[in-house]
Design a protein around this ligand. Sequence first.
Ligand code: SF4
Length: 228
Amino acid sequence: MKVGRESPEELRERVKKIIKLLREHYPHSRTALHYETPFQLLVATILAAQCTDEKVNQITPLLFKKYPTIADLARASQAEVEAIIRPTGFFRNKARNIIAAARSIMEEFGGEVPDRIEELIKLPGVARKTANIVLSSAFRRAEGIAVDTHVRRLAHRLGLSSAKDPNKIEQDLMAIVPREDWLDFNYLLVDHGRAVCQARHPLCNECFLRSLCPAAAEMAAEKAGEQK
Ligand code: SF4
């Protein structure tokens, strides 16, 4: 593998091989957040910031039982929403954002979650990552690639982007990932990031992407250095 001197065509070919292997190993890759409507996914994704999906899945049934519709949440009291979502962390901001997003959907979008990225990112608390999750999972629309902590880490290790800014990483990925794979790319990398390419201790020796990953050799050298 000659990542440093890789041509754009070679990089695209390598990405296709990476995606093929990821799909073989994670055939059911999808968001781990539980939801029944686009709005529920939007709320769950806002709550998932700096929190685990498991914790969010424990909280959202209580929240949606108390506020079954977007209109209900738009009328909710900040203090009551805070009390329910408190375990997800940053609960004041999150409560403010989900109530404000519900109001905005009622007042500006006729009570329907918009299905265009340029409209979704106008909602309070919704940046491109959240918008891409909602679009790809709830609407099956490929308008971008959600860049979260797993995607960022794996994009760097796999030599797909060296950018720090998530929006720039997304642009780099959109230029090399085939559009038909945009919907699942985030979930595939999240699954691999959780199962194998973990932040602190990537399991390079067991990784099926090893022969396609420029970081594999660096990680092995680092480990050898630690053991000396
Ligand atoms: Fe991550 Fe190592 Fe696999 Fe590369 S070889 S994707 S760094 S686990």
